[in-house]
Design a protein around this ligand. Structure first.
Ligand code: DX5
Ligand code: ZN
Length: 219
């Protein structure tokens, strides 16, 4: 639990002051930088695309964790590698040939992540768990920041942790959506390795100390 990582989600930042918000994360105790790419097809929202991602990765000093909420992610794997993604997460629900996609992400030099929507059973990952560096459990329906945390997530984290251990895998578990000081500790206790936090960090009065407060909670 002492090593739980915090990944602020840029989706909740002030896009008119992006560089300021990136510097805030750079100078904070945050571990990763979570970047949400939405296509308006897989999810009912469009966030931003390659030019903005390029501007972001130019300034980030932390691990760049890209979460793709797009259909046909295979088309853009090399592009995201070129733009500086360290971890590339695709949605299980958007991949017909998940095993092939995971291999392609790794071949492009990135760590491979798979995200699951709240309704998707973790058992569907068992046959590829040893090929996955990161499982991102969605604790809200993807598409928007600022939604309420879905309580069923705790059970999923515990079951996923057990599956990872049973298979001798080194897969990390990330939780994405509605993370606050109210659920962070319990999530870490259940087995979460990385907590994404958007609104809770960026909409707070002092994002730097909010991040520090989360890290403190998780010590
Ligand atoms: C939701 C995104 C999340 C979002 C989290 O579709 O994947 O990363 O930014 O935002 P909060 O922490 O506000 O729920
Ligand atoms: Zn995300």
């Amino acid at each position: 639990m002492s090593n739980t990582l915090i990944a602020p989600s840029i989706l909740a930042a002030d896009f008119a002051n992006l560089q300021r918000d990136i510097e805030m994360v750079n100078n904070s105790e945050a571990d990763w930088f979570h970047i949400d790419i939405m296509d308006g097809v897989f999810v009912p929202n469009i966030s931003f695309g390659m030019p903005v991602l390029q501007a972001i990765t130019k300034h980030t000093k932390k691990t760049v964790d890209v979460h793709l909420m797009i259909v046909n992610p295979d088309r853009y794997i090399q592009t995201f590698a070129d733009l500086g993604a360290n971890i590339l997460t695709v949605h299980y629900e958007a991949c017909t040939h998940l095993h092939r996609t995971l291999q392609a992400i790794k071949a492009a030099g990135m760590q491979a992540g798979v995200a699951l929507n709240p309704h998707t059973n973790i058992a569907l990952l068992e046959d590829v768990i040893n090929d996955i560096d990161l499982v991102c459990l969605m604790s809200v329906n993807p598409g928007f920041g600022g939604q309420s945390f879905i309580e069923n997530t705790y059970k999923k984290v515990e079951a996923l942790k057990e599956m990872i251990e049973d298979n001798g895998a080194s897969t990390k578990i990330e939780i994405d959506g509605g993370v606050t000081d109210k659920n962070a500790k319990q999530l870490a206790k259940a087995g979460a390795d990385v907590l994404v936090a958007g609104s809770y960090v960026f909409k707070s009065d002092n994002p730097t100390s909010t991040i520090a407060g989360l890290k403190d909670l998780l010590k």
